[in-house]
Design a protein. Structure first.
Length: 255
């Protein structure tokens, strides 16, 4: 009887000890993304079992988040910039600076620029709603230029890597071809499950120009040349009117 009661008491103590160890191991850290090697405070009975002698148990969060997480407030500008007509901003990213960055840095920079662009678009929409001028609207153009240049740098690296691996400049092989109407188009190659001479869909593409289309090609070229001359004459007339109205104005003559 005494042995049975002692066994039950030991089972209860083991369950409590297991529960305490489980709670202490799953307790979150006070600081996000900071690893710590100290054991959580445990009762005296479980302290020796939970903190054995040896190397400390390192606990850390597997998901690293940003230092500041403000939720929807990140769609708006900083509070110190509210009500200001002008907000200081730096110059856009140049291609030379972006080429010196690694792929990981470019990946991070793209999302930072995208985040800033969303914030500026929110400010622009709010300014339109309140019928007030947007503070420093040139910031949006700087962000767009930086994103375009970043995309250009990434495209250059992808093209260079593709040239080294496959020898092809474009991701999808293509070639300039003349269609049925005499226009030179960029034709992209496709993969077919059957040979081209057995493919009825491929045979519908006629990569040649019949003879009866050649007069129409000359007419189209003549039409384009006339439109170009008409545009140049219009610019000359507008320039002459401006010189007549403002004699001291310095305007470069059109080529």
């Amino acid at each position: 009887m005494a042995a049975t009661s002692a066994g039950r008491a030991m089972a209860v103590i083991c369950r409590r000890l297991q529960h305490v160890v489980r709670v202490s191991s799953t307790r979150p850290s006070a600081h996000t993304g900071v690893c710590f090697s100290k054991c959580q405070p445990l009762p005296s009975l479980a302290r020796q079992a939970a903190c054995p002698v040896g190397p400390p148990v390192v606990q850390c969060r597997p998901l690293h988040t940003s230092t500041s997480s403000r939720g929807l407030q990140e769609f708006f500008d900083l509070p110190e910039n509210w009500g200001e007509s002008k907000v200081k901003s730096g110059a856009p990213w140049t291609v030379q600076l972006l080429r010196s960055k690694s792929n990981e840095d470019l990946h991070k920079l793209w999302y930072l620029l995208l985040k800033e662009k969303n914030m500026l678009l929110t400010i622009e929409q709010e300014a339109k709603r309140q019928v007030v001028p947007m503070p420093s609207p040139e910031r949006l153009k700087k962000i767009e230029r930086s994103m375009q240049r970043l995309d250009l740098v990434v495209t250059e690296r992808e093209t260079a890597l593709r040239l080294l691996q496959t020898g092809q400049e474009h991701a999808r092989p293509a070639d300039w071809r003349r269609n049925l109407f005499g226009k030179v188009v960029w034709h992209r190659y496709r993969e077919y499950a059957i040979p081209w001479y057995m493919n009825a869909i491929y045979k519908r593409h006629r990569f040649y120009t019949p003879r009866f289309v050649e007069p129409h090609i000359r007419l189209r070229m003549e039409k384009n040349l006339r439109a170009r001359v008409r545009k140049a004459d219009l610019e000359k007339k507008q320039l002459a009117k401006l010189k007549e109205r403002f004699p001291n104005m310095k305007v470069s003559s059109p080529t």
